[in-house]
Write a protein that binds this ligand. Sequence first.
Ligand SMILES: Cc1ncc(COP(=O)(O)O)c(C=O)c1O
Length: 387
Amino acid sequence: MSRFEANLRIPGPTPLPPSVREAGGRQMTNHRGPEFAVTLRRIVARMQPYFGTTGDVAILTCVGTGGLEATVVNTISPGDRVLAVTIGLFGDRVAQIASVYGADVTRLASEWGRVADPDDLRAHLEANPGYRAVFLTHNETSTGAINPIAEQAAVIRAVAPDALIIVDGVSGVGAVPFEMDRWGIDVVVTASQKAWMAAPGLAMIAVSERAWLAMDEVTTPRFYFDLRPHRESQVHGMTAWTPALAVVYQVDAGLELMAAEGAEAIFARHEVCAAATRAGLRALGFDLFADPAHFSPTVTAARVPDGLDWPSFRAAMEAGGVVLADGLGPLAGKVFRIGHLGSVTLGEILDAISVIEEVAIQFGLPVQAGAGVAAAQAAALDLRRGR
Ligand SMILES: Cc1ncc(COP(=O)(O)O)c(C=O)c1O
C-alpha cells in the first residue's frame, strides 16, 4: 500500500477507484438536460441486474438511513402492524424508524451474530397474521452475518402473502447475488458508499409494482421522501429534486468498472477476500463473531481478545496504514470489523492481515509471524481453485 493513502478497511465508505474519484471532480451539468438523462438511464439499467429486478430503481440524494426512512414513509401508515426481523444494529434501526412514524412494530430479534431462522419466522407469522410489512436486513454490517434472504422471503410469501417485504440491502446488494423479482421482494434499499465504490450521498431504492400500488393508500405525510415524484421524473430522465451530481457521476463511473469486471467476477472476488480475511484472522487466534454458516462476503467481525486495549490496537493499526472499523452499539470495544466490499482486492486483505499480525505481536498476543498471511493466501487459493 502507499505511504500516503491508508488501506481503508471499513465496511463503507469504501475506497474510491481513481476513475471514480476523478468523476467526482467533474464540472456540473444541467440535471434537467439530455446528458444527465442518458447518465441516469445508464445507471438504472446497470443497477437493475444487481437488484435482480426489471422494475424501477429510484435514486435519492441521501444516505442509506434516508433510503430506509423513505421506504417507511411510503409503505407504512400510522398504526400499521409491521414485523421487524432484526439480527443486529441496522435491523433495530429500521424498526426504530417505523416506530417513529407511528407503526405498531413487533421485533423478531435473533441473538447478534446469528441470522433469523426461516422456521422461526414461519412459526411467528403463522401465529401472528395480519402484518402490513416485514422488514429484513440482507447483510447485517454490525455483526458480519448475512441472512438467508431467499428462504426468508419464500416463507413470508407463503404464510403472509399480503405483507410487503422490505429489505435493507445497504451493505450487500452489488457485492452479493440478489434476486428481488424472483424472490418476491417489494422494496430494496442500498447506498452509494458500499458496493458501488462511490462517496456517500445517494440511496438507491428498487420498488416492485405491488409496492408502488400500496404507496397511494399510505397516509403518512411525506414530501422530499415521497418516491412517486421520483418515478414520474425518471420517465423524463430526471430525479425529482436536484441530485448530488458529483456522486451520480461517481456511481456512473463505478458501474462502468463493474460492467468491465462482470457480476460473477465481482461476487467471486468478494467471496475470495472474505475467505482470506476469515482465515487470516483465525490463524492469528481471533474468534470470528458471526455464525459460521452465515458469514458475510462483505464484512467480517472478530472478537477483541480479553485484555486487549482496542483503542490502542486500532491506533497502532492506523499508524501502520490500515484503518479498521469499531464494533457498533453494544459491541463497541468487544468486536472489530474489517470491510471487504467495493473495489477490494486480495492484496489489500493480505496487507491488512500482515499489519494486524505485526501489531498483534507488538501487543504481545501469541501470534506466529507470517501465520495470518499464509493462511489468508491459502484460503484464497483454495477458493479460486475450487471455482
Ligand atoms: C445494513 C446497513 N443498513 C443501513 C446503513 C445505514 O446507512 P448510512 O450510514 O448510509 O445511513 C448501513 C451503514 O453502514 C448498513 O450497513
